[in-house]
Design a protein around this ligand. Structure first.
Ligand SMILES: Cc1cc2nc3c(=O)[nH]c(=O)nc-3n(C[C@H](O)[C@H](O)[C@H](O)COP(=O)(O)OP(=O)(O)OC[C@H]3O[C@@H](n4cnc5c(N)ncnc54)[C@H](O)[C@@H]3O)c2cc1C
Length: 206
């Protein structure tokens, strides 16, 4: 099986935001033929929400509708796809990157991983550091993964959204997802970058 450049475990607010920002850079010369896979088992907190305070989101939109809009937005980019599956285990591959065991029995390999599974549960085996108590989560059973301040847990292993310590607001989770994407894109570009689409030229500019 081909090695995927990046797997994002969790396709809620932060995972989809991360994927959209990453995929939007697909025209950059340094992007090459990279591919992004989002693995998600459809248990986002957004499925319980109706939104009146999420910036740019039409008041009264349900979280489920918003998730569908984000998935549709991601579909415009052929470099990314979403797989309905649950990640059970991750392990570092002896050569490079990671192997992710999924509940459909497959074990895709990737060069880098983003963990974006929310702050309520940690069910993926194989991480070297256990989650810790989330300092802004309210309830005592909310969790996060410690990171280096720019969302890197260990080499090539990133964390996003509430699992990265963000407070539980859509804009915060999505914002952390976008920041993680920018960190990864900067690695791929070999320099600090971001992705801006410009009205006049319709070309990406950094
Ligand atoms: C009742 C309720 C109401 C809310 N109302 C608002 C509101 O009005 N305004 C607002 O801004 N925010 C609201 N929120 C908060 C908002 O929903 C969260 O902040 C946001 O969804 C967090 O994003 P996330 O990506 O960190 O986690 P999530 O969106 O929860 O996404 C995590 C994803 O990871 C997936 N996942 C987990 N484990 C695995 C695994 N092993 N394999 C594959 N996939 C996995 C889950 O299925 C899920 O899709 C509300 C939340 C709740 C619970």
């Amino acid at each position: 099986m081909a090695i995927i450049d990046l797997i994002i475990i969790g396709g809620g607010a932060s995972g989809l935001s991360c994927a959209i920002t990453l995929a939007s850079a697909h025209r950059k010369p340094w992007f090459g033929d990279r591919r992004i896979l989002v693995v998600d088992d459809d248990r986002s907190d957004l499925n319980q929400a109706i939104l009146y305070n999420a910036p740019g989101v039409s008041p009264g939109t349900t979280g489920t509708e918003l998730l569908q809009e984000l998935r549709t937005q991601l579909e415009q980019f052929s470099v990314a796809s979403v797989l309905e599956s649950r990640a059970l285990r991750i392990r570092r591959h002896p050569d490079s990157g990671f192997e992710v065991a999924l509940d459909d029995g497959t074990t895709p390999r990737c060069e880098a991983l983003v963990l974006a599974t929310g702050y309520k549960r940690w069910e993926v085996e194989g991480l070297s550091n256990d989650p810790v108590r989330h300092p802004r989560g309210g309830k005592s059973n909310r969790i996060m993964l410690e990171h280096n301040g720019i969302y890197l847990v260990e080499p090539d292993l990133h964390v996003a959204g509430l699992l990265a310590g963000g407070s539980s607001q859509f804009a915060i989770a999505a914002g952390i997802g976008a920041q993680v994407a920018v960190e990864i894109l900067s690695d791929w570009a070999g320099k600090r970058t971001h992705v801006h689409d410009v009205i006049s030229s319709e070309k990406n500019q950094s």
